[in-house]
Design a binder for this molecule. Sequence first.
Ligand code: FAD
Length: 269
Amino acid sequence: MDYLAPATLDDAYRALEAEDARCLAGGQSLVAMMNLGLVSPARLVSLRRIEALRGIDLQPDGSLRIGAMTTHAEVAALTVSAAGPALLAQTARVVAYPAVRAWGTIGGSVAHADPAADYPVALVAADALIEVSSASGTRRIAARDFFRGLFETALEKAEIVTAVLVPPGAQGAGAAYEKLSPVAGDFAIASVAAIAGRTARLGVGGYATTPIRLEGIGVSDDALLEAGRALAASSEPSDDHRASAAYRRRVLPELIRRAVRTALIGARA
Ligand SMILES: Cc1cc2nc3c(=O)[nH]c(=O)nc-3n(C[C@H](O)[C@H](O)[C@H](O)COP(=O)(O)OP(=O)(O)OC[C@H]3O[C@@H](n4cnc5c(N)ncnc54)[C@H](O)[C@@H]3O)c2cc1C
């Protein structure tokens, strides 16, 4: 197996043209899959030396641009009040545990598209954009269109996730991420990311193969529980080693209610 560590994006694009070449970011998912013999790439292209993939910048429109190689720990340490960025920071704080957060990156999590991962849910709720680049140029894809299926994304051959762009969210809105997992630090059985003011916009994750986005939901307890029941009745939740489909349907309405309640408390504060 080849290992390359280019210092520029242009060199990385070239390196990724080789057959069966893969990016290596924090290695928290890829190395685990290699150890289990699930994948054996012919070439690993480490993104670690590429300065253009680092850093968190506030853009003129109030959105946050988070470089793909930003670790979960760096996102978790953000102190921001706008709802969209605050949602990402809260989400990062409950990804796995400190050792994984010190190495794992937002670009790696997004590209990996694990159905139980946390960031995709928050990015869909925040109406974030995923920035991807290759030798042919840069595209920005709405998070809701980026996650296509089980470990499947809109990324094409030799494309790199370069950043995620998180809009501020409506003035006065609050944000919360509610995660139900078998034990603290584990992947989600189901999770809900909420941005809420007069109405709520939600991402639901862990629940199906891709995050589900709901918007314009009323914020009374009754309306929230009803939205959860309606989604549970009309969707096909995953049935796997973490939980049955029936269990996921059962817990969803209350998870939605809690996420929005917490977001509204945050908005008032
Ligand atoms: C014990 C454990 C517990 C975990 N718990 C959780 C959890 O609770 N919630 C959660 O969300 N995640 C969890 N994770 C996953 C963790 O968040 C990983 O960090 C993340 O999924 C992958 O990020 P990475 O930087 O390590 O990517 P890598 O493992 O390096 O790469 C993952 C995949 O993405 C590709 N890739 C990486 N970066 C890019 C890029 N910039 N552009 C294009 N492709 C790219 C790689 O080629 C590979 O296919 C856990 C992991 C472990 C080991």
